[in-house]
Design a protein around this ligand. Structure first.
Ligand code: ASP
Length: 436
């Protein structure tokens, strides 16, 4: 092939292949032990798991170095506080808009009315105890930063790193070598992201092929009303609400934004984890959308933890669906509680696969819906998790862009350049040691 294909196109092609091969296996080879053992649970599983580990491996060092650079780059704690407050409010706003839209559409469509419970596979859902909200605030401060880093606890890492970086600033000249060192380490980590991204086509292929070979699309059918409403609202939010906010508050082109976000969305879709996608979201907001490191390094990891628009949408529709199935009328007060709970629940929960169902149990407990009802929607949750995670990361990047625009911390030249920051070929050094 003489003409070089860009990375997003490559990833999309491999993703399509994964989808087709996975679905074929599901349809025709789900009983063939050889295919299951060696391909689905062998090759696809191993390659996919390695790819996810490789992404997760980047998160903690990248966020740490990038955040130290970001804080030292801002240099003013007041501005940092302002950026934090703006981002927080926007994250809450987008989540509240998302779930309000979800509940409105779901109430209008009425999924679950006259639902035949025997039409879905029997499964049970055991709710995990939710941490009280007070604990969420206490947990913001790590009693042991090393443990926070080891566990990848994002809010604790953000808290400690910001405090550390502010103190680097406070010691003045003597802190400069640390700030410079962090900047170089950040550059190195960005390069590691580049290298890992070259494995993305294969990694995405393996993840998608495995998921679709195990999750036949046929299982959606009995749940089509629920699945369809969630999917439609996810699309409406990602291409409507968020884009209107980007246009009105950020004054940037939504088309360009969406075009550049495609690969981030695919990463989120195939990993089902906003956290594991942080390296790609960070790289894209900085290199492709032109957001300054001082804003992106803080807002992106913050958003991956506290902002979950897609998850809120699933919770809104699930609430209406289960209420309809069990014939319970929640009323306006009930729905307002659901909105408030979903927004609060998203703050303390990390962006990892499947966490949405745990949050849903918290919401159900609050409004008195039967938690066992969650078992009904579990069967299709794997696919919806993929879709909503793509929307979650879109929200993270949209808010980052809006905040950066408001702070004049975005290069519009980079934003408007369609090829800016595309993943380039990586050249492994053969003969140029740094020290002669
Ligand atoms: N998987 C989602 C995320 O990482 C969270 C969820 O909805 O389960 O953003």
């Amino acid at each position: 092939m003489s003409q070089k294909m860009n990375m997003t196109t490559k990833i999309m092609i491999w993703m399509g292949c994964g989808l087709v091969i996975g679905s074929l296996i599901n349809a025709f080879a789900s009983d063939i032990a050889f295919v299951q053992d060696y391909l689905v649970n062998g090759l696809f599983h191993v390659v996919g798991a390695i790819f996810i580990s490789a992404l997760k491996m980047l998160v903690v060092p990248l966020v740490t170095f990038s955040l130290i650079c970001g804080v030292c780059g801002i240099g003013d704690v007041g501005i940092l506080g302002r950026v934090g407050v703006k981002a927080f409010l926007l994250f809450m706003l987008t989540t509240a808009l998302a779930i309000t839209l979800a509940i409105t559409v779901a109430v209008l469509v009425g999924p679950g009315e006259g639902f035949d419970m025997s039409s879905t596979a029997e499964s049970t859902f055991v709710a995990q105890p939710a941490p009280p909200l007070t604990q969420v605030f206490i947990d913001l401060v790590p009693s042991n930063p090393v443990a926070a880093y080891a566990e990848g606890n994002m809010l604790q890492i953000i808290f400690f790193t910001i405090l550390f970086a502010v103190c680097v600033l406070m010691i003045g000249e003597r802190g400069k070598p640390i700030a410079d060192g962090a900047e170089r380490l950040n550059e190195v980590m960005m390069q590691v992201v580049n290298v890992v991204m070259h494995a993305a086509p294969i990694g995405v292929f393996a993840l998608i092929a495995k998921t679709f070979s195990q999750q036949g699309l046929g299982m959606i059918l009995p749940m089509i009303s629920y699945f369809g409403v969630v999917a439609v609202v996810l699309i409406l939010h990602a291409t409507g609400t968020l884009m209107i906010l980007l246009k009105l508050l950020g004054r940037v082109s939504p088309m360009m934004f969406l075009k550049k976000m495609r690969s981030v969305q695919i990463f989120a879709f195939s990993t089902s984890s906003s956290n594991a996608t942080i390296p790609v979201t960070l790289r894209t907001t900085e290199k492709r959308l032109g957001v300054d490191n001082s804003t992106a390094s803080f807002v992106v990891p913050f958003g991956a933890t506290i902002n979950m628009d897609g998850t809120a949408i699933m919770q809104g529709v699930a609430t209406v669906f289960i209420a309809n199935v069990y014939g319970i009328d929640l009323g306006i007060a009930g729905y307002l509680t659901v909105i408030g709970m979903a927004v609060l629940a998203s703050i303390g929960t990390a962006g990892v696969p499947g966490v949405g169902l745990i949050m849903l149990a918290m919401v159900f407990n609050q409004v008195g819906l039967p938690v066992e009802g969650i078992a009904l929607i579990m069967g299709v949750d794997r696919l919806l998790d993929m879709m909503r995670t793509a929307v979650n990361v879109t929200g993270d990047a949209a808010v980052t862009t809006i905040v950066a625009r408001g702070e004049d911390k975005i290069s519009m030249e980079t934003f408007n350049d369609p090829v800016a920051g595309q993943v380039e070929e990586v050249h492994l050094p053969h003969q140029q040691p740094i020290k002669a």
